[in-house]
Design a protein around this ligand. Structure first.
Ligand SMILES: Nc1ncnc2c1ncn2[C@@H]1O[C@H](COP(=O)(O)OP(=O)(O)OP(=O)(O)O)[C@@H](O)[C@H]1O
Ligand SMILES: Nc1ncnc2c1ncn2[C@@H]1O[C@H](COP(=O)(O)OP(=O)(O)OP(=O)(O)O)[C@@H](O)[C@H]1O
Lengths: 228, 228
């Protein structure tokens, strides 16, 4: 059972606290605004009203025993820098800090932050692709590697993946097929439920309405778009 | 050449503006704080100091001709709601709006926002996994589907992917191999450069030091961890 300290319940802090709790983690959240403490107090294992620049408060709350801490307080760069220093001082093994900009990030690295994160920048990277290529839901996975969802082109329908030789012909890897399966819903009407076939095999045959989730290079995305 | 209007140059707005420009998009940024306008004025195609709740200003700036607009102003929910309304009124085809919370998101949807986004929540989803399982770099791709990076287990080394039958035995798809290739760097010393083999083929043989980037279900991640 992993335990975490979340410092600051802003949008990022509260979201990460929620995700950690959902995955079975134990979260102690430290927030100095009493309204926010009240708003979240029943949502996490423990929500405490305290100023995390106070090292004694951190020690009393057992923060030195957590597996990792996340510092997500905005605005004042100096405060997040101080808190990061204190957390390393009380020997929290992994300290992830949300940085406001590159310079702030550099300072945090120098004073011991294990992970410096830029949440808005990371999401912008994914979302900008959705604006540039709407309907293609591309996600950058690794340098030069993208995950993209495309509707199965007309000429692929009725063929199985083995025949289509997508890996060979298009240098891409089909990691899943999204298919709408007709069902009868609770109101006794025909509806569709989405099923995901992952991983698909050479025998998986594409049907009308299928979407393929592929991994490929940026240039290949263009090729697939032209096919659709 | 796609054109975009970015309303509000906060951390998210400026990051998405930057990504769009980098991909060849034309960005007109509208920001009401003169200091921010000055800070960014040479970075984007066009940075204008204006209050985007002013529909005449939006029309004069040609915002109705853009392919998409991003509303990323924080704090005041009312303002982003008003701006979204105006953008749909002047017929911007795609309006993406950053929401402060679920309720704000619901209102934005009702008044016509095409995409409602929660940047901090999205990054928290990815980053929380890194805290729960450090070194495994898991990325949720689709419901029940994760991308994970694991070091090639000892017993896989020297074998090729065809022999290992990872898809069959582990119901997982190896989408890439990360390998460190020894090189001589500019200081004439032995160094390593990272290469990515994607997609790998049945003949790709795993070497010591390789990391496999896989797509699999959450349960399979456990299996791979035990193998490593
Ligand atoms: N010293 C502190 N100790 C505990 N909590 C703090 C401290 N300083 C600030 N906070 C809290 O951190 C939270 C996040 O701060 P703020 O909203 O300024 O940051 P932000 O970077 O804009 O957040 P986000 O983008 O994640 O919403 C606030 O709820 C604030 O009360
Ligand atoms: N009516 C407006 N017209 C143009 N710009 C605006 C308007 N209202 C606010 N802004 C600008 O939007 C930017 C983002 O606002 P703010 O920093 O409050 O939001 P935020 O959600 O915390 O941003 P982020 O998390 O992306 O940094 C600010 O630079 C602000 O000056």
């Amino acid at each position: 059972m992993k335990s975490f300290a979340i410092i600051g319940l802003g949008r990022f802090g509260s979201a990460i606290a929620r995700d950690l709790e959902q995955e079975g983690g134990e979260v102690i959240a430290i927030e100095k605004d009493p309204d926010k403490v009240r708003a979240y107090e029943n949502e996490f294992t423990s929500v405490v009203e305290a100023d995390s620049t106070d090292i004694e408060a951190l020690k009393d709350l057992g923060v030195s025993d957590v597996d990792a801490a996340v510092v997500s307080i905005g605005g004042n760069m100096g405060e997040s820098i101080l808190i990061t220093l204190l957390l390393k001082e009380i020997e929290v093994p992994l300290v992830m800090v949300k940085a406001v900009d590159e310079l702030h990030g550099k300072v945090l690295k120098k004073i011991g932050a294990n992970n410096v994160v830029f949440p808005e920048k990371d999401s912008a990277e994914v979302l900008s692709k959705r604006l540039l290529w709407p309907g293609y839901n591309e996600l950058p996975l690794a340098p030069g590697l993208f995950m993209v969802e495309i509707n199965a082109p007309q000429k692929f329908i009725g063929k199985n993946l083995g025949t289509l030789q997508i890996r060979k012909k298009y240098n891409s890897n089909v990691i899943a097929i999204k298919r709408k399966k007709p069902i009868i819903n609770d109101d006794n009407q025909t509806d569709y439920e989405q099923i995901i076939i992952a991983p698909p095999t050479a025998e998986t045959k594409l049907k009308g309405g299928d979407a393929m989730i592929l991994v490929c290079s940026q240039e290949k995305i263009e090729t697939f778009r032209e096919l659709s």
